[in-house]
Design a protein around this ligand. Structure first.
Ligand SMILES: [Mn+2]
Length: 316
């Protein structure tokens, strides 16, 4: 972390990169870091690049910057395990690249990497970065709101096993700082009527494998019929998290060029190896998989079903 602070001090222009298909954590960590750096070093230029995400857009608006801004700049890539998932690939034009992440490392990239898989969110790492250098860095309410949003979205509102006492101690700082966490939770819970109806569709139309993998195929025609974004539609994966006999649940959808991806979730058996087999990865209990077509979904479901069968046998 000393090295990261050193590099931040060294560069005049700092560009923060989210990952493609941004989530609450990369938004929160990115805009949280931006707020801290802008508050501390008003003479520096700090940008956050990459796509927008509708449900967390209250945190900040990504910057659109020309190619020549990258020359001589410091790029900080957050919450992204592999180079191909970095939103705005122009980080390769930067002078120095730092990766800050909490995912299981699947690929080395950049000049310096700070990866801590014991942290529930990248936003938590950014908060700890601030707390470590409290005497040198400044903080503001924008940073507090962004980092809190990152932490609660990546922990399912402090529900996942990734939460530790440290997570709560770190967040205690935000509460002491005066953060209105109730209003942030309220903003995150708001859903459009269309999305609420799609939620109803998911609950009525999910399927199950024989041993207990619950899944929903979020086909393009369903998304179109409900007039929601792909991002909103795929955010419904955890609607299936509460089924008593299904410790693993998944959502599949078509992305660009009809490429099928899956969101894989588990409350007990580790699924990261399964995700690796299907060109994906992430955390032990929450992964993405790059499947390509719907036939491959069927293959993954067979493997996932076997994984759940073995898991259920192991606990009897
Ligand atoms: Mn994250």
């Amino acid at each position: 972390m000393e090295h990261i602070l050193q590099k931040i001090k060294e560069y005049k222009r700092i560009i923060i990169h989210k990952h493609i298909r941004p989530d609450g954590d990369c938004y929160g960590a990115g805009f949280g870091l931006k707020a801290i750096l802008q508050e501390t070093f008003p003479e520096k230029e700090v940008y956050v690049v990459g796509e927008t995400a509708e449900y967390v857009k209250f945190i900040g608006e990504p910057d659109v910057i020309p190619d020549d801004y990258f020359k001589g700049a410091l790029s900080i890539v957050i919450d992204t395990a592999s180079a191909s998932r970095v939103a705005d690939q122009r980080f390769s034009l930067s002078d120095y690249v730092i990766k800050i992440d909490h995912h299981i490392a699947i690929e080395d990239f950049g000049n310096y990497q700070y990866v801590d898989t014991t942290r529930a969110a990248t936003a938590q790492i950014i908060l700890e970065f601030y707390l470590k250098f409290k005497d040198e860095l400044k903080f503001n309410m924008k940073a507090a709101e962004a980092l809190y949003t990152g932490i609660i979205t990546d922990t399912g509102r402090f529900k996942y096993r990734s939460v530790t006492a440290d997570t709560l101690k770190d967040v205690a700082f935000l509460v002491e700082y005066g953060l209105d966490f109730t209003s942030i939770l309220g903003m995150l819970d708001i859903k459009s009527e269309n999305l609420l109806k799609l939620q109803g569709y998911v609950l009525s139309n999910f399927e199950k494998t024989p041993n207990g993998v619950a899944y929903i195929k979020m086909k393009p025609e369903i998304i179109e019929k409900h007039q929601v974004s792909l991002e909103e539609a795929t955010s419904l994966v955890n609607e299936l998290s509460v089924l008593e006999d299904c410790p693993v649940w998944m959502l599949f959808a078509e992305y660009e060029n009809n490429f099928v991806r899956g969101r894989l979730r588990s409350r007990a058996p580790a699924i990261d190896k399964l995700a690796n087999k299907y060109n994906g990865g992430g955390h032990k209990l929450a992964c993405g998989a790059n499947l390509g077509d719907w036939d491959t979904v069927e293959k993954l479901l067979v493997d996932a079903d076997e994984l759940v069968r073995e898991y259920k046998n192991s606990i009897i």
